[in-house]
Design a protein around this ligand. Structure first.
Ligand code: SF4
Ligand code: SF4
Ligand code: SF4
Length: 362
C-alpha cells in the first residue's frame, strides 16, 4: 500500500530495487574475489558469476548488432546480450520500467534525490529553458553510441571487436577501471553523487544513454499509467509526486519518454483506481493492474528472457579459466585496449589462449 505521509512510493517496487541492488552487490563481490585471484596469479576459490556481464554495455550493444544482423548469439559474453534484451523487453511492456524497478544506478540516484529533498527541503529543478537542452544530452550520447556501433562499423568489424582480446576480458578491464580510478573518474563520480543530492535524477534525466534508449521504447509499451477522468478530483497530488515532472493530472494516458513507470503518482492518488496501470483501449479502464501486480509483470518479463538464455545454454561465456588466467597476467598490455569500438586484434600464434569452458571440461 502507498505511504500517505512524506513522498509517496510503491513498497513492492522499492523492495524489488533493494533486492536487485543486494543481488548486484553479491555478484560484484563474487566477481571481484574471482578476478583479483586471477590478477594475483592464484586459482580462484569461487566461480565467475555470469551476471557481471550486465555491466558490459558496449559488448552487449555489439552483440545485439550482430544478433540482429543474423550472426547469432556471440559466445564470449552471451549474458550481456541476455540482460540487455531482458531490459528492453520489460521496458517495452511496462514503460521504461527497468529504470525504476531494477537499475541499481537508478535506485541510488533516486535515493540520493530523496535524501536531498529531506535534507534541503526540496531538490533544485532547472528552469524549462535549461531543462530541455540538458535532457537532449542523453540523446546525443545515445546517438554517438548508435553511430559508433551501427554506422561506423560493419558486421565484420563488430564481430572482430567481439572476438578481440579486449572484449574477451572486458569484465576484468571494467573492474580495474573502478578499482584503479583516475583522478578524473573520481572527480566525475563525486560531481554526480553530490549533484544527484541537489538535482533529482541528475544522471538519469540528463546523461544516461541507456535511459535515452528505453524512453522511446517505453512509448510503445502497452502498459502505461492511465487516469480515469470520470473519477479524478483534479487535486494534482499525482503531478506533485512525479519525479519526472510530468503533468499527470492533465494527462489521460502517460506516454512521455521521461515516465519510468515508478508509480509514485499512483501511490499519491487519493481516489481508488483513478490512476492505475492499464492497457491502451478505453474499455480496458476496467482492466487495471494494482501497483504490486505491475511490478510483478515487469519482473516476470525480465526473468523470462534471462531464464530462456539459461535454459538454452547461452548464459555462461566461452572464455575459460585457463584463458582468463593467461590474459590476467598481461592485462596492462596494449593488446587489451580499444579506441571508439576498434579493439586491437589477437597477435599471431596466440589463438591457443582461447580455451573454452567446454574444452576444459573435456
Ligand atoms: S536512466 Fe540509466 S542509470 Fe537511470 S535508471 Fe535508467 S538505465 Fe539506470
Ligand atoms: S507519471 Fe507516474 S509513473 Fe510516470 S514517472 Fe511520473 S510518477 Fe512515475
Ligand atoms: S491524484 Fe488522482 S485524483 Fe488527484 S489529480 Fe491526480 S489522478 Fe486526479
Amino acid at each position: 500500500m502507498a505511504r500517505r505521509r512524506g513522498a509517496p512510493f510503491v513498497p513492492a517496487r522499492v523492495a524489488l530495487q533493494l533486492a536487485f541492488l543486494a543481488l548486484v552487490v553479491l555478484i560484484g563481490a563474487q566477481f571481484a574475489a574471482w578476478a583479483f585471484a586471477h590478477l594475483g596469479g592464484r586459482v580462484p576459490a569461487v566461480a565467475r558469476p555470469a551476471g557481471v556481464e550486465g555491466f558490459l554495455p558496449i559488448s552487449a550493444l555489439m552483440s545485439l548488432r550482430l544478433w540482429l544482423a543474423g550472426g547469432g548469439i556471440h559466445p564470449v559474453h552471451p549474458a550481456a546480450l541476455a540482460i540487455l534484451l531482458a531490459i528492453l523487453a520489460m521496458s517495452a511492456v511496462l514503460a521504461k520500467s527497468f529504470c525504476s524497478h531494477l537499475c541499481p544506478v537508478g535506485a541510488l540516484s533516486e535515493w540520493l534525490g530523496r535524501l536531498g529533498a529531506r535534507l534541503l527541503g526540496r531538490t533544485w529543478q532547472p528552469p524549462r529553458w535549461l531543462d530541455l537542452p540538458l535532457r537532449s544530452l542523453k540523446y546525443l550520447l545515445l546517438a554517438f553510441f548508435v553511430w559508433a556501433t551501427w554506422v561506423a562499423m560493419d558486421v565484420a568489424a563488430v564481430r572482430a571487436f567481439l572476438d578481440s582480446p579486449y572484449n574477451r576480458v572486458a569484465d576484468l578491464k571494467m573492474l580495474l577501471f573502478f578499482a584503479r580510478p583516475s583522478r578524473t573518474t573520481l572527480a566525475v563520480l563525486g560531481v554526480l553523487v553530490i549533484g544527484s543530492v541537489l538535482v533529482r535524477d541528475l544522471w538519469c534525466r540528463y546523461l544516461c544513454p541507456y535511459g535515452a534508449l528505453l524512453g522511446p521504447l517505453g512509448r510503445l509499451a502497452p502498459l502505461k499509467v492511465t487516469r480515469d477522468v470520470a473519477t479524478c478530483t483534479d487535486c494534482k497530488l499525482c503531478t506533485k509526486a512525479c519525479p519526472a515532472r510530468l503533468p499527470v493530472h492533465a494527462l489521460t494516458r502517460v506516454a512521455s519518454v521521461e515516465c519510468t513507470s515508478c508509480l509514485d503518482c499512483v501511490a499519491a492518488c487519493p481516489v481508488r483506481d483513478c490512476l492505475a496501470v492499464r492497457l491502451p483501449r478505453r474499455p480496458a479502464l476496467l482492466l487495471l493492474l494494482r501497483p504490486a501486480a505491475a511490478v510483478a509483470v515487469a519482473l516476470v518479463v525480465y526473468l523470462a528472457v534471462t531464464t530462456g538464455f539459461r535454459l538454452a545454454g547461452r548464459w555462461r561465456g566461452s572464455v575459460g579459466e585457463a584463458e582468463y588466467a593467461a590474459r590476467a597476467r598481461e592485462i596492462d598490455s596494449p593488446v587489451y585496449t580499444h579506441v571508439g569500438g576498434m579493439a586491437a586484434p589477437e597477435p599471431p600464434a596466440r589463438d591457443r589462449l582461447q580455451v573454452s569452458h567446454e574444452q576444459q571440461r573435456q
